[in-house]
Design a protein around this ligand. Structure first.
Ligand SMILES: [Mn+2]
Length: 424
């Protein structure tokens, strides 16, 4: 699906005057506007290969049509998003849903679309057709050594695919755990899992990282073997310097203070990856920023502060990715909304007056500290995000452009109304 440059130009021309008016206003009050815009232009969020189709729940799945039928079409869809917002120039692959049969062809296609390969994702939470042994009772934690070995071998295979594509990280999310008391020996499950992760760790190339993603519950409802950031941190610490914790916003128990978790993991140099989404109850995988935008800002505030304290690069020293599902929205529109929310929160975090906040903290001035954060959050920085996108060659209003150009209708015409992308 090609988007012509002239259609971007004519879309922008119509909206340009109003945008400039808003930009001039905000630039007169935000003294570092140009610096923030420059940072926004560099920022990049990876799109997972399983997010391009309509998601589902265990009750049903309602496809919207025009979904990508193969990896090539998924790359084209992400390329399209990136063309519009200039901030989603990376793809995160899931194996075995998206095995690159011809790595050099896939690599070239991604490059044509301005994309690079972000973290690779393994899957030991499902049984695949032709799979010899079942993961019904867990993978790396399993009491059966042959099943554990099968899961280790799979992860090493995923690393090999990643090497061919130029990826440099592996994300391991395990659904391992138990549904009933007494089902598992917790200590043994941990030790098996650690031992499996150690074998996978040994297979990492020198410049690779492994991200250990935690999740509080689901699909197991009594215990999860990598259930929270403490457990993930324990694995990552025991594994070594190439191992990091990955925070997925939806993987906590209700009301968890994610911003504090992020701050401490960064302090320990152990936060390596980040999955964006939003939730009301659990792992709802809703559009980023749709339910709790203030929390998203507070988390970003800690990310920026913590990364700066460690001298980390905002773009390359963290694996940023969206991990959401789209049950009732067009997946591409949903992803445009998520990226926009991420960029806005990042802009707000960059705008926080760190010196004034530090001073308020030192003086125990609780009111001033709150004022600083809330005034920042309530300042409309959207024109800075839009300007960054414009300067990078994107469109002023991605969702409006997507609709005006009837992109979904064109995708349905090309691919058919009954397509179902691989994934959840
Ligand atoms: Mn995730």
């Amino acid at each position: 699906m090609q988007v012509e440059q002239y259609s971007i130009g004519s879309h922008n021309e119509v909206l340009l005057k109003e945008h400039k008016r808003r930009l001039d206003y905000i630039s007169s009050t935000v003294k570092d506007a140009a610096k923030i815009i420059a940072k926004l232009k560099d920022f990049r969020v990876a799109i997972p290969s399983w997010a391009l189709g309509t998601g589902g729940t265990r009750f049903g799945r309602f496809s919207g049509g025009g979904e990508p039928r193969n990896l090539e079409e998924k790359i084209e869809d992400i390329g399209l998003l990136h063309k519009l917002n200039q901030s989603s120039g990376a793809i995160s692959l899931h194996i075995p849903w998206d095995i690159p049969e011809n790595a050099s062809h896939i690599k070239a296609l991604a490059a044509q679309n301005g994309l690079r390969f972000d973290a690779m994702n393994s899957n030991t939470f499902q049984d695949q057709p032709n799979q010899e042994l079942s993961y019904k009772f867990g993978s790396l934690q399993n009491v059966n050594k042959a099943i554990r070995q099968q899961a280790i071998d799979h992860n090493i295979e995923v690393i090999k695919y990643g090497v061919e594509l130029g990826s440099t990280s592996l994300t391991v999310w395990l659904s391992d755990g138990s549904c009933f008391p007494g089902q598992l020996n917790f200590r043994e499950a941990f030790q098996h899992t650690l031992s499996g992760l150690q074998d996978i760790y040994k297979a990492l190339p020198g410049d690779w990282k492994i991200f250990v993603e935690y999740k509080a519950f689901e699909p197991n409802f009594y215990s999860t073997t990598v259930g929270d950031w403490g457990q993930s941190y324990l694995y990552a610490s025991k594994l070594g310097p190439k191992a990091y914790t990955l925070v997925d916003l939806g993987h906590h128990l209700p009301n968890a203070n994610i911003e504090q978790i992020v701050a401490l993991l960064l302090m320990e140099g152990k936060l390596g990856g980040f999955h964006f989404n939003d939730s009301k109850y659990g792992d709802d995988d809703l559009t980023t920023g749709s339910i709790k935008p203030y929390q998203l800002f507070l988390i970003f505030n800690e990310l920026v502060e913590g990364m700066d304290a460690k001298g980390m690069d905002h773009v390359s020293d963290m694996g940023w990715m969206i991990d959401a599902s789209h049950n009732v929205k067009d997946p591409l529109e949903d992803l445009l909304q998520s990226v926009e929310a991420i960029m806005l929160s990042y802009a707000q975090a960059l705008f926080v007056d760190r010196k004034a906040l530090k001073e308020a903290q030192q003086n125990n001035d609780v009111v001033a500290a709150q004022e600083i954060l809330q005034n920042t959050f309530r300042t409309d920085l959207r024109p800075l995000v839009t300007e960054a996108r414009l300067q990078a060659g994107g469109v002023l209003d991605p969702v409006a452009f997507f609709r005006k150009e009837k992109i979904r209708e064109k995708l349905i015409k090309n691919r058919g109304a009954k397509t179902v992308a691989t994934g959840l």
